[in-house]
Ligand binder design. Sequence first.
Ligand SMILES: Cc1cc2nc3c(=O)[nH]c(=O)nc-3n(C[C@H](O)[C@H](O)[C@H](O)COP(=O)(O)OP(=O)(O)OC[C@H]3O[C@@H](n4cnc5c(N)ncnc54)[C@H](O)[C@@H]3O)c2cc1C
Length: 391
Amino acid sequence: MDFKISEEQLSIRTMVREFCEEEITPNILKYDEEKAFPEHLIAKMGELGLLGIIFPEAVGGAGMGYEEYALIIEELSAADPSIGLTVAAHNSLGTNHIYTYGNEEQRARVVSHLTQGKSLASWALTEPGGGSDAFGLKTNAVKSGDHWILNGSKTFITNPNYSDYHVVMARTNPEKGKAGISAFIVEKGMPGFTVGQPMNKLGMRASDTAELFFEDVKIPQANLLGPEGQGYFNALGILDGGRISIAAMCVGIARGAFEHAVRYSQERTAFGRQIHQYQAIKIKLADMATRIDAARLLVMRAASLKDQGQKVNLESAMAKLYASEVAVWASNEAVQIFGGYGYIKEYPVEKYYRDSKLGTIGEGTSEIIRMVIARDIVKMHAIDAPEPEMV
Ligand SMILES: Cc1cc2nc3c(=O)[nH]c(=O)nc-3n(C[C@H](O)[C@H](O)[C@H](O)COP(=O)(O)OP(=O)(O)OC[C@H]3O[C@@H](n4cnc5c(N)ncnc54)[C@H](O)[C@@H]3O)c2cc1C
């Protein structure tokens, strides 16, 4: 067990930190108020390898592992959580689904385009009728010769206005339940496919979120992702990796809020003393630092296991649950330490507070994640079950 960060990981973190200081930090309020993703960052992030972090060089990626990925997402999110979310959804959802379950032709045609920052990718599972019960989905695709005809809609999808490629889960055989769902690559500009206006959100306002609409969209057989009927099972695998990045994003949010709070507690005086000298503030800072470290350790355990090729269903769920709740709690504490200034936009803590809430909702709400964890725990401790299988 080694808790040290390697020299190479340190230099990756420094590179991302410098990118944030130059390109992101000075503009976070502007990006938030414009309610639009800063499109010019796509090419810049592509050049730095941030849009192909976890993919091999053979497909234009940076060839890094999940440990480096978690470090990068934490760093981006400590600067601006919206950018962290954008990069996380692009890497571990859209691009990763095509890389992991696509064939050689799809990898060469689509993944290389995405890793090099020619566009973002989106991944569309959630529908207006329900996200938690995602596999009750209504969007359907019917085979017609060498094509599929896609109809339905998706909502709350990250990145679609900046994506040339969208991974879309649809029902292809209503009689087969979970085994009747397939994934497709839907391309920008396909007739019948439209993306809605960016949604007006509480937080993560510089991350693009929109609806997708499909009206008799003709999808070539070459855009079916993986074998027909595997979409449900493959999407679960994608979410396991995705939750590590959402957890890392939440560590970044909590850390960003915490660092501002520690600094402010030394600048602000009340009753003639710096406020960090008061026990009430000391307790907040100590608890924040401890819980953020605990969250990061859970993230790094899941990332390390993922890099070793092990199943991380339980570990990524625990990391995501804990880190997201720490982010909401820590950013709330940061606003409290700032007092009135925490409530206005002169300081970014109100923004961390707004942004943090997404962590307990996206890629599985805290309620659903607790169900995932409990199911695995009960299986592990099942009576008379010598080799419980992890889902
Ligand atoms: C900014 C943003 C970005 C997103 N990006 C994407 C994306 O890129 N791709 C994508 O596919 N989706 C995305 N989502 C959707 C997100 O994953 C869903 O919002 C989430 O899964 C919850 O679904 P829902 O909103 O329909 O809530 P519902 O499923 O309607 O849940 C409502 C409430 O009921 C609770 N609940 C539901 N079922 C149970 C149960 N069995 N037991 C206990 N409680 C339950 C939930 O926890 C929640 O509190 C995004 C959402 C947001 C807000």
